[in-house]
Write a protein that binds this ligand. Structure first.
Ligand SMILES: Cc1cc2nc3c(=O)[nH]c(=O)nc-3n(C[C@H](O)[C@H](O)[C@H](O)COP(=O)(O)OP(=O)(O)OC[C@H]3O[C@@H](n4cnc5c(N)ncnc54)[C@H](O)[C@@H]3O)c2cc1C
Length: 391
């Protein structure tokens, strides 16, 4: 295996050769589908030259290198401002979950096409009455011979209309407490009984969807982990999701652009603007240092000292502050500009997506600060009784 310095040099040389064309594709991408396709093409390029799944085992398409080298590549890639975007985020959630909870047949069937983005994945978790309280989900999967028949409705499913497969949570046993009767299934989105309807957002984009499942069939071999034991793999997905979001994969314009804007509007010496700029700058630096610490821990094989929820809350709030300042600097002229108002409207994708900041603050209280846990009065009550009590 290459030593880290040689690995970094090789990664930087490869990126210098390939990243500019990808950057140009991303800059030219004018809508969600074009960005999704550009990310997919980049992921294939990474895979074909062995820069995808750097720390994954080779038998599943990875490079078999160390987690430290995976972070080195991530650092180098960030310097070139390219990434495989949504596709990369889902690989970062689905991959580790299948590696940990999938059986050998599932790993061999799904991991390579996932890593090369030949098959793309979305996450069918949230429902109209199950978001923060995800374990309250009511989508049912009933066993019929060697398959499950699934009925229910999912919502806020990012990019389902562009994907091939989904990780799906469904209730397989209503007679046990809510967390214990859920199964984690792999669903082919092209199967009969799957209907995907786009949701139009305030920005005009339709990034996410409602997904209706009517007698959709999932073979028994597509259960990840144990039947009724889906909460364990689901937690792996959620933990990786917070880290991916907190790692700041999604694009957002930063301090430098705000400073340019303040110069252009001739207000960078205004004391209030200076104060707000300083605040944005400070947050950005703190986040950078925290990210660096997380990478250092990964590199030395330790558990990151900084919790993924902390990163997620800070990153999403910093993003909101930047967007608010951008719009404030533009004043009435903002009505004629696309970028900053769009970022302001999109702030909620960071503060709500991947679990709301309020819920992540509760997790920080419990996990990081060691505060007493929230009362969980329904912990020992079966899901069926909960539903009956609400009726
Ligand atoms: C951009 C974006 C992309 C998304 N993509 C996906 C996806 O691909 N797949 C998927 O399955 N889901 C996705 N989601 C859904 C997301 O996971 C949920 O929106 C989120 O978990 C919150 O659930 P909810 O919308 O039902 O809000 P609710 O849970 O109804 O919450 C409403 C309000 O109550 C507060 N609240 C609720 N419970 C508590 C509590 N215990 N303590 C304090 N406050 C509380 C919340 O913070 C929030 O302010 C996405 C969401 C967004 C915004």
């Amino acid at each position: 295996m290459l030593p880290d310095n040689a690995f970094r040099a090789e990664a930087a040389a490869w990126l210098a050769q390939h990243a500019p064309a990808m950057r140009a594709r991303l800059d030219a991408a004018s809508n969600d589908r074009a960005r999704f396709d550009a990310g997919r093409a980049w992921q294939r390029e990474l895979y074909d030259d062995r820069w995808a799944g750097i720390s994954w085992p080779t038998e599943y398409g990875g490079r078999g290198a160390t987690p430290a080298q995976a972070t080195i590549f991530a650092e180098e890639q960030a310097r070139f401002a390219v990434s495989s975007g949504f596709v990369g985020s889902t690989i970062g959630m689905v991959g580790p979950t299948l590696l940990r909870y999938g059986n050998e047949a599932q790993r061999l069937r799904y991991l390579r096409p996932l890593l090369r983005a030949d098959e793309t994945w979305c996450q069918l978790f949230s429902e109209p009455s199950a978001g923060s309280d995800l374990a309250n989900l009511s989508t049912r999967a009933d066993r019929h011979g060697d398959e499950f028949v699934v009925n229910g409705q999912k919502v806020w499913t990012s990019n389902a209309h562009l994907c091939d497969f989904a990780i799906l949570l469904a209730r397989t046993n209503p007679d046990v407490p809510k967390h214990r009767g859920i199964s984690f299934l792999l669903l082919d989105l092209r199967a009969p009984g799957v209907e995907i309807r786009p949701l139009r957002q305030i920005t005009g984009a339709a990034h996410f969807n409602e997904v209706f499942l009517t007698d959709a069939r999932v073979p028994l071999e597509n259960v990840v982990g144990d039947v009724d034991g889906g909460w364990a793999p689901a937690r792996v997905v959620l933990a990786h999701e917070a880290s991916v979001i907190g790692g700041g994969n999604s694009a957002a314009t930063g301090y430098d652009a705000l400073l340019d804007l303040a110069r252009m509007r001739d207000c960078r010496r205004d004391p209030i603007v200076r104060q707000r700029l300083a605040h944005v700058y400070t947050r950005e630096q703190i986040l950078g240092y925290m990210k660096h610490r997380v990478l250092q821990s990964v590199r030395s094989g330790d558990r990151p000292e900084i919790d993924g929820s902390v990163m997620k809350v800070l990153w999403s709030e910093a993003r909101r502050e930047r967007a608010e300042l951008g719009v404030a600097l533009l004043g009435a002229g903002g009505a004629l500009c696309d970028e900053w108002p769009a970022q302001l409207l999109e702030q909620f994708s960071g503060t709500i997506g991947g679990g709301t900041n309020e819920v992540h603050r509760t997790m920080i209280g419990e996990r990081v600060l060691g505060l007493p846990p929230e009362p969980r009065v329904d912990r020992d009550v079966s899901y069926r009784e909960l539903v009956a009590a609400r009726a």
